[in-house]
Ligand binder design. Structure first.
Ligand SMILES: [Zn+2]
Length: 580
């Protein structure tokens, strides 16, 4: 009898497959859930912020009214296309402009939060994915532009999607107008409401959110489609309408987006086109010209300076001084305020992460050459160090488990090779073919290795399952071509291939588990290893289902052929059979 022929072996193999499939499913689901449920640990930050007195603004406002137009999803190439957005082009020529760099996950809710708090997803405490039900988002737990503007005596207004309603603490907003659609009409309604707030002096710090461009990216054919360009043209007209409600010799207008879109539509991942955004700033307090690139976390601090608020307490970014007309005295005052804010912020971060020590002195206090830059740079370095230190502890703890599992895997592999060297080698050749075909299929389908390609959980699982099935067939073809198993050994060959592919898939999963932990807990994992692990888990699930099915079919076909062509004696087949 050939291997895996006898029923206890078959039953054991089947149970193993079920276990692998069950684990892969549970883990992949838990990984995604952990991203949806992720909230930065902010115990110390929130407790401190609620007890400590708020600092006073370091400088008076640079602009009377400050308006931020957030064009959801607008790409840099669209924003700089004068044929599509002539008015924005005119504003750019008249004012300051730059390119903004954001971080993953590049979804709307986390990015809006960065734009209005200056804190990154790892630290802002808001969802890092778009919530399944946006109306259940918790309010921002940290300092934000609206709250700081209110405390500075401003009246704040927000016109745009009702996704903002639960996010912004109600006390931080004087006047709101929420829309419930992502249409042309909804954008016009929001624009009219914002203009009314400005003209009627109901608010002097206003956020206008426009959604139709993003909608066209998702549902109208992607980031270069006709619907997209059409929506961008309408945004341009709305910008003109907003500008007409302002006196740009006294007021300031900022236009920015939260993330980009792939050509085929979609965002969430780290693709350049998705994490690079346009920014135009024009009006009072603005130094015209093309400014050096800034980070998304710099936008809120920049608006805070224009609006004359305190330094945002949780901001990890800094005001884009190249775009502002701040004199030396004002810069110095801002710099001092930012030094103490950054020192406090990093202390809270250390406490939030379990009193992680700083191994080298990177805090800003006492540095004075260019205090604003040094304070936030030092804060950034300190934050990196705190995060890396804790990651280092956890990786050291997990290394032992990983080494143990690795030893078990290597030993099993050695035993397996000893048993049937040739089949095992050809199975791994098949696994290599699997990888090549899988990547090719994914690329041809226009997908990237990131959340940007994920439209929905069902869609990604289907696409992955399809790619996996196709790649498995290719792997089988390679193995058959090389090994040409005898009839009685075909089922065994299929099993070997399944195990080889599973072994290869286990590697990105093991690496991710070691580097970031099985799921996201206190920090947002790097996007590529996380996506590769997630994808590998879904593939593993499919492999664990298809392998026993394939082996069964191979066994049945062999048996059928054997009965009609009784020239082959299956029981005579042994490891080391020669190539046919
Ligand atoms: Zn968005």
């Amino acid at each position: 009898m050939s291997r895996a022929r006898t029923w206890p072996k078959r039953a054991a193999a089947l149970v193993a497959c079920l276990l692998v499939a069950g684990t892969a499913y549970t883990w992949a689901t838990a990984l995604m859930d952990s991203l949806y449920d992720f909230r930065a640990p902010l115990t110390a930050t929130v407790a401190d912020a609620s007890t400590s007195p708020k600092p006073t603004p370091p400088n008076p406002a640079l602009a009377r009214k400050v308006v931020m137009v957030l064009v959801d999803g607008l790409r840099v190439d669209t924003a700089t296309n004068a044929a599509v957005m002539p008015f924005l082009t005119q504003l750019r020529a008249q004012g300051a402009s730059t390119t903004v760099h954001s971080r993953t996950p590049s979804y709307s809710v986390p990015s809006w939060t960065v734009l209005l708090t200056g804190a990154w997803p790892d630290r802002h405490g808001a969802p890092v994915m778009n919530p399944t039900d946006p109306q259940t988002s918790p309010p921002w737990p940290i300092d934000n532009l609206f709250a700081a503007a209110r405390d500075a005596g401003r009246r704040t207004g927000l016109a745009g999607t009702d996704w903002f309603r639960p996010l912004v603490p109600p006390a931080a907003l004087s006047v709101t107008h929420f829309v419930h659609e992502e249409t042309d009409a909804a954008d016009q309604e929001s624009t009219d409401a914002a203009v009314a707030m400005l003209r009627g002096d109901a608010a002097d710090l206003v956020l206008l959110h426009l959604n139709e461009v993003d909608h066209a990216g998702h549902y109208g054919g992607g980031g270069t489609s006709v619907a997209w360009l059409d929506a961008a043209r309408k945004v341009d007209a709305r910008l003109a309408q907003v500008a007409a409600a302002l006196d740009l010799s006294r007021d300031a207008l900022l236009v920015v987006s939260d993330h980009g879109h792939l050509d085929q539509g979609g965002h969430g991942g780290p693709e350049d086109v998705v994490v690079t955004e346009p920014l135009v700033l024009v009006g009072s307090g603005v130094r015209p010209g093309v400014a050096p690139d800034i980070a998304q976390a710099d936008v809120a601090p920049t608006l805070a300076v224009l609006a004359g608020t305190r330094v945002l307490q949780a901001a990890q970014g800094e005001a884009a001084l190249a775009m502002l007309t701040l004199d030396d005295t004002a810069r110095s005052a801002l710099g001092k305020a930012q030094v103490s804010q950054q020192d406090l912020l990093i202390e809270r971060y250390q406490a939030d992460l379990g009193n992680v020590p700083l191994t080298t002195a990177v805090l800003a206090s006492g540095e004075g050459v260019e205090p604003v830059r040094s304070a936030t740079t030092a804060g950034r370095d300190a934050a990196t160090q705190v995060r890396e230190t804790r990651l280092g502890w956890e990786r050291a703890n997990r290394a032992a488990t990983l080494i143990l599992l690795g030893l078990v895997a290597v030993t099993s592999l050695a035993l397996w090779v000893r048993r049937d060297r040739s089949t095992v080698l050809w199975a791994f050749a098949g696994a290599a073919a699997y990888l090549v075909v899988w990547q090719a299929y994914w690329k041809v389908s226009g997908k990237t290795y990131s959340l940007s390609s994920v439209m929905s959980a069902g869609e990604i699982v289907n696409a992955t399952a399809m790619a996996t099935a196709v790649a498995l067939f290719a792997a089988l073809a390679v193995m058959w071509r090389g090994r040409r198993p005898e009839r009685g050994d075909r089922a065994w060959a299929v099993w070997c291939l399944g195990v080889a592919v599973a072994t290869v898939l286990a590697m990105p999963i093991a690496f991710y588990a070691w580097a970031w932990g099985p799921t996201a807990t206190w920090t947002v994992p790097d996007p590529l290893p996380m996506y590769l692990a997630f994808s590998a888990l879904v593939q593993l699930l499919v492999v664990a289902v298809l392998t026993p099915l394939g082996a069964m079919v191979a066994g049945l076909v062999s048996r059928g052929r054997t009965s009609s062509q009784p020239t082959v004696n299956a029981s005579a087949v042994r490891p080391g059979w020669t190539k046919a």
